[in-house]
Ligand binder design. Structure first.
Ligand code: SF4
Length: 385
């Protein structure tokens, strides 16, 4: 921005740099007075207890300064009354008991062969659509004891059937690099023992939004980069909602991850008004592919803390997916899925037809006919729709 253009800014526009993390709407307003009304509309929800935090980098590089009052991405960081009235179904966060191979509080297991390791509840941002938004207020980071117990339990007959550990949070890349190093060391030891038993190695993957929210956490942190290199995840899945979230910082982080030979994917929810548009998604997937990031899952959110008014219908999600099929090569197509509370992921066929010949799924006796979980066992309860 030139000096001339700074001088010609309207009076209510500021050029002050935002704090690293903003946890108070007043601090956001101090750097973005031009969207006073939008911030003010959020104060009620925040005062009633809806979490609020936004990274200064996200404001500067994604929202942009000065901000646009009509920017749909503001709804991702600024809660409203509908957000406070919507709870996440905690079933998303619990294991299927008879499938669990470890009692470690660090591990959630819904699927055969795959577990989630929650390393922290901490996150630099509090997205309004976060499915953990009602549960991640207590700041906690995985203890050494919990890591030890998780790996002891995984070193068992049941554990030998696990081949994939998804590192998740909160935001897993907010932890100290030493914690990731410890996990990587434990994984190495476990894989040596598995090798002696003739069992294939266990791999890690990471689910993160940090390269979007605060890429400097990774870029300015050589120890974190080394810890990720040691963990050597097969895949890093990044939640990206919109093409504008592909910033210079994001691209630099992808370059580092690609240099380590890590597969890069994106999985993200469909949010009404933000990315429920096949053109927006096509632009995003095409741009991401230029940086080696390929789509994985396009999530139709169900009971995951997102208010109904911010979700599209199942039929609309299917329609968006059918449009993407027409506009993108197969390599750039995500799988349409929903996360069934208690049961896990179900894949949605965008061309599935109801009995009446229209696209969609019929419901009978509390089940959606034809929709199965990832492990193919059960249908989606109708109440979840
Ligand atoms: S960055 Fe991820 S964990 Fe953090 S609030 Fe957003 S969706 Fe939730």
């Amino acid at each position: 921005m030139t000096l001339q253009s700074i001088h010609s800014l309207p009076e209510n526009i500021t050029t002050t740099r935002p704090k690293r993390i903003i946890r108070n709407p007043d601090d956001m307003e101090a750097v973005m007075p031009e969207i006073h009304d939008r911030i003010d509309a959020s104060r009620k929800a925040i005062a009633k207890g809806h979490p609020f935090a936004v990274a200064g980098e996200y404001l500067q590089n994604v929202i942009g300064m000065p901000a646009d009052l009509n920017d749909p991405l503001l709804s991702v960081i600024l809660p409203d009354e509908s957000d406070i009235a919507t709870d996440n179904d905690v079933g998303h966060l619990v294991s299927i008991e008879n499938r669990r191979v470890t009692k470690s509080p660090a591990i959630t297991q819904k699927y055969i062969g795959s577990v989630i390791m929650t390393v922290t509840s901490v996150c630099h941002q509090r997205c309004t659509h976060c499915f953990r938004k009602n549960v991640n207020d207590t700041i906690s980071v995985l203890s050494d004891e919990a890591i030890n117990q998780a790996f002891e339990d995984l070193d068992s007959i049941g554990g030998d059937n696990i081949f994939d550990i998804i590192m998740s949070g909160g935001e897993p890349l907010t932890v100290k690099p030493a914690l990731i190093e410890k996990i990587a060391l434990q994984r190495d030891q476990l894989n040596r023992k598995r090798g002696l038993r003739g069992v294939p190695p266990i791999h890690f993957s990471i689910n993160t939004r940090e390269p979007v929210v605060m890429p400097s956490t990774i870029l300015n942190n050589p120890e974190m980069i080394e810890a990720i290199r040691h963990l050597n995840p097969l895949v890093i899945s990044i939640q990206i909602l919109h093409p504008r979230e592909i910033t210079h910082g994001f691209v630099d982080v992808m370059r580092i991850f690609r240099g380590m030979g890590i597969g890069l994917r994106t999985n993200h929810p469909i949010l009404k008004g933000v990315n429920d548009d096949p053109n927006v998604l096509r632009e995003m997937y095409t741009k991401l592919a230029e940086h080696g990031v390929f789509p994985k899952d396009l999530i139709h959110p169900i009971k995951s803390g997102i208010p109904r008014e911010k979700c599209v219908t199942l039929e609309r999600s299917m329609e968006i997916m059918r449009e993407l099929v027409k506009r993108l090569p197969g390599t750039l197509l995500p799988r349409l899925q929903c996360c069934t509370p208690n049961l896990g992921k179900s894949f949605i066929d965008p061309f599935h037809m109801k009995k009446d010949g229209t696209f969609g799924y019929d419901m009978e006796n509390g089940e959606i006919i034809g929709l199965r979980t990832k492990d193919g066992e059960k249908n989606q309860p109708a109440s979840a729709m």
